[in-house]
Each structure stands twice: as structure tokens, then as C-alpha cells.
Design a protein around this ligand. Structure first.
Ligand code: NAD
Ligand code: MG
Length: 309
């Protein structure tokens, strides 16, 4: 499928040439990113957009979301608020102040939810503890922990892989999950939910992302093993494996030519997803709708786990 064959209700379904420095800002993505409006197909067989509507699935809950300033984490945060969450703590990197402000406003606007936003680098173990301590001080308990922060750095040629980049990718993507989860667990009760963001590349592999895809494989196994350990305590642990999604992470790691038509050719819809199409999976895994699910992974990736990447 080529870009011109894509049928979508989103105003612009395919990105043009663009690149950004790390960590990337959503406010600089062209076309803009959609957090709330979802594409749906009416009986007329045509796509339309409608805003996500909550139904009290997370009434009175308190969540920590890492990387909630932008992309998938921001969409999950806004939808949690629409589902009645009462307090959300999210982390972001100091360079992402602008996105964090937009995210905080959207979360507050869309619910009765208080926001606690922290500019921290999760590569620092003390920062992981600060995130949890700050949340507990403000909200008292953790009902949902979304381990979502992550970054990717492209390397086409393994001979040239930068080992400092490998280390920082492992620190940013998986090692911090151990730290945040360790500090969070004493504050999580029976019925709590942990959701980890992995990726389709954990299954399909990615030739230019050997280190990143390895962290995503580790996150998958982290999810399964921790789920078994925490099941007797009544705490569920699941993962979401996105395929290509239009977020800052992509133009921050790819060159302009590579970003042009990013996501074109996926089996379902032939385009990358918008963050608004990922948020509902997090709502489902956070809520009692998934009461008997643990150690599982939801594939929200346009069919790429079966169709190749
Ligand atoms: P994003 O750039 O909007 O969000 C990632 C966030 O991670 C950043 O906003 C940043 O705040 C945070 N982060 C990264 N390194 C950090 C560090 N060292 N300390 C603290 N925070 C840090 O991009 P996104 O696509 O929404 O990413 C969310 C998750 O989804 C990531 O784990 C990513 O690997 C995963 N994912 C994304 C895609 C995609 O195509 N966008 C596909 C599969 C998986
Ligand atoms: Mg960001």
C-alpha cells in the first residue's frame, strides 16, 4: 500500500520529511499529534473522528506514568483522567518543559484530576525514588504504574555501535523500570495494575535498533516474570506492544528522509497509529475490565506482529 491509497479520517495520516534533536518535542511534529480523537468506521464504510469518552472505569484512582509529557504516555494520562482518575504523577525530561505544560493542562481540563509533573532523568536511581516519593507525598497511594518512558537511537552498522548509547538506552528503557517498580511496590495494594510499554520490535526484531529492540525484549520478559511473582499479592503486570506511532521519539532518532512516510505499509490501515489509538489499551489494562489478565502483552500495532515490520 502506498501513501496515496491510505483512507483515514485524520487530517494528515502520513508525515513529511522531518528530524529533531533528542529527546524530541511533540509540539514540533508535523503534522500535529492526536491524543483524544479516534478514528471509527461508520455503517457508511467511511472513517470519522470522535473524541474519547470515559465511563468511570478508573474512578478515584491514582497513577504514575513515566514519559507522560508526550506521545503514548500523554494519551494514556488524558484518557485515565477522562475515566475518573483523581491524581496523576508523570515524569518528563527537563528539555521537555513545553510538552509537559501542554500535557498537564490537557489532563486537568479533561477530568477532575490533579497533576503532579516532575522533570527528572530516570537514568538516575535517586530520581526514580524521587518520582515515587513525590507521588506518594501528594496522593498517598499508587493504583496504577505505567512504565512507559523510553528512547531509541538508530545504528545501521553494528561495527560502529556506540557502547555509551547502548548503556544509556538500557538505563532509560529497562533499568529504570526495575528502580521505579521497586520503589513503587510498597505503596501498591491488591487490585493495583502495572503496565509496561514494550514494542513490536521485541517480536519482529529491527536491524537498525539492536540495542533498543533488546531492551524491549527484556521489558516483555520483565513483565511475564514480575506478573508471576506479584500474582499472589493481587497485583497485575501486563505490557502493551505498539507498532509505529507518530510521536517525538521517531523524528528525534531518524533522519528527515527516513521519517518521510513513516509507518506507510502497515498491514492494517497502511499508516502509523496516533497516540489516541494507543491510550485505550492502557485504560483497559489499568481497569478491572482486565481483572483476569496478567503477564500478557497487548499488540496494538496495525497487525505488524503477524505481518512483519
Ligand atoms: P515520546 O518521545 O513521546 O515519549 C517517550 C518519553 O520517554 C519522553 O517524552 C521522555 O519524557 C521519556 N524518556 C526517555 N528517556 C528518558 C529518561 N532517561 N529519563 C526520563 N524520561 C525519559 O515517544 P513515545 O513513542 O510515546 O514513547 C513511549 C514508549 O512507547 C517508549 O517506551 C517507546 O519505546 C514505546 N514505543 C513507541 C513506538 C513509536 O513508534 N512511537 C513504538 C513502539 C514502542
Ligand atoms: Mg516527550
Amino acid at each position: 500500500m502506498s501513501a496515496k491509497d491510505i483512507i483515514s479520517a485524520y487530517a494528515v495520516a502520513v508525515p513529511g520529511k522531518q528530524s529533531q534533536p533528542q529527546p524530541g518535542l511533540d509540539k514540533d511534529i508535523d503534522p500535529g499529534v492526536e491524543y483524544i480523537a479516534q478514528e471509527y468506521w461508520d455503517n457508511d464504510g467511511k472513517p470519522h473522528l470522535r473524541d474519547y469518552v470515559g465511563s468511570g472505569k478508573l474512578q478515584g484512582k491514582y497513577a504514575i506514568i513515566t514519559g507522560g509529557d508526550s506521545g503514548i504516555g500523554r494519551s494514556a494520562a488524558i484518557m485515565f483522567a477522562r475515566e475518573g482518575a483523581r491524581g496523576i504523577t508523570f515524569s518528563y525530561l527537563p528539555e521537555e518543559e513545553a510538552d509537559a505544560k501542554h500535557a498537564a493542562n490537557a489532563i486537568k481540563k479533561d477530568g477532575q484530576c490533579e497533576v503532579n509533573a516532575l522533570a527528572i532523568n530516570l537514568q538516575d536511581e535517586a530520581a526514580c525514588k524521587k518520582l515515587v516519593d513525590s507521588h506518594v507525598q501528594k496522593f498517598g497511594t499508587i493504583s496504577i504504574l505505567v512504565n512507559n518512558a523510553g528512547k531509541q537511537l538508530i545504528c545501521q552498522d553494528f561495527d560502529k555501535i556506540d557502547l555509551a548509547n547502548v548503556r544509556s538506552t538500557f538505563e532509560s528503557n529497562i533499568l529504570q523500570m526495575f528502580a521505579v517498580t521497586k520503589f513503587a511496590l510498597p505503596h501498591m495494594k491488591r487490585g493495583s495494575s502495572i503496565i509496561n510499554t514494550t514494542s513490536v520490535v521485541a517480536y519482529a526484531g529491527a536491524p537498525n535498533l539492536v540495542d533498543y529492540s533488546s531492551t524491549k525484549g527484556a521489558i516483555l520478559t520483565f513483565t511475564r516474570s514480575l506478573a508471576l511473582q506479584l500474582a499472589p499479592k493481587g497485583i497485575r503486570v501486563n505490557a502493551v506492544a505498539p507498532g509505529p506511532v507518530m510521536t517525538a521519539l521517531q523524528p528525534a532518532s531518524r533522519d528527515a528522509e527516513e521519517m518521510e512516510h513513516f509507518g506507510v505499509g502497515t498491514p492494517m490501515h497502511g499508516r502509523a497509529a496516533q497516540p489516541a489509538e494507543l491510550g485505550p489499551a492502557f485504560v483497559f489494562l489499568a481497569s478491572p475490565d482486565s481483572n483476569v489478565m496478567t503477564g500478557a502483552c497487548m499488540h496494538v500495532n496495525n497487525g505488524m506482529h503477524v505481518g512483519g515490520s
